[in-house]
Design a binder for this molecule. Structure first.
Ligand code: CA
Length: 238
């Protein structure tokens, strides 16, 4: 199936150039010129990847990305025009997956898009394969006591009630659960869950682990499920 990419850019010549080149690579491309249009299209199309310019009329790319992050887990590649935007882009505040600084070459952009889509596919396949192998007769659901992870529906049940997690919290929990019993370094987790192999801010991992613990641990101060491995990272115990 063709992968869907939503291109959000108000500069029409650049929007057209991006769309043209992405289509040539075989992607299904959709475009938006404002933040409002971007949100509407993202909700309707459920794209596999969003290219998001920061300077947009009405609602800027930061705000669009923050809003998207509450609703979906689609990877976002932000297009920035200024160096001083980069800290905000990669920080927890906005939660973009990656960024490119303008001006960028089309070759660089296409390579980045390809890498991001491949990563999403690998994480999905990995989770599906592992959950199928672990429990082939319960539809791939991972169960750990009162915690149930359903990778197909991307749903968590805690004490039999749905647990609301942010997209990255969900991905992190699923990744940990699939690799139960293994010590995972912050760098590995960053690379696999965020794909930040070249940025690498391990505080991001720590913050998300803290949030998860608050939701799934009986006593978040004395975690039993997600334990800290001294000098290494974290391990999911189940
Ligand atoms: Ca712009």
């Amino acid at each position: 199936m063709e992968e869907k990419i939503l291109v959000v850019e108000d500069e029409i010549s650049l929007q057209e150039t991006l769309a043209y080149n992405l289509k040539k690579q075989g992607y299904a491309v959709y475009t938006a010129s404002t933040g409002g249009q971007a949100l509407k299209s993202a909700r309707e199309l459920k794209p596999d990847l969003i290219l998001l310019d920061i300077m947009l009329p009405e609602m800027d790319g930061f705000e669009v990305c923050r809003t998207l992050r509450q609703e979906m887990n689609t990877p976002v590649l932000m297009l920035t025009a200024r160096d001083d935007e980069i800290d905000r882009v990669v920080g927890l505040e906005v939660g973009a997956d990656d960024y490119l600084t303008k001006p960028f070459s089309m070759r660089e952009l296409l390579a980045r898009v390809k890498a991001m889509l491949r990563r999403v596919r690998l994480i999905r396949e990995d989770a599906e394969a592992k959950s199928t192998a672990q429990d082939s007769h319960s539809g791939g659901i991972l169960t750990f006591g009162n915690l149930e992870i359903n990778p197909t529906r991307r749903e968590i049940l805690f004490d039999s009630k749905p647990l609301a997690l942010k997209p990255k919290e969900y991905e992190l929990l699923q990744y940990l659960a699939v690799h139960r019993g293994q010590a995972l370094t912050r760098d590995t987790i960053l690379e696999k869950v965020w794909g930040w192999d070249f940025i690498g801010d391990s505080r991001t991992v720590d913050v998300h682990i803290r949030w998860l613990r608050e939701k799934i641990e009986k006593d978040p101060a004395k975690p039993q499920r997600i334990v800290t491995v001294r000098g290494a990272g974290y391990r999911f115990e189940g």
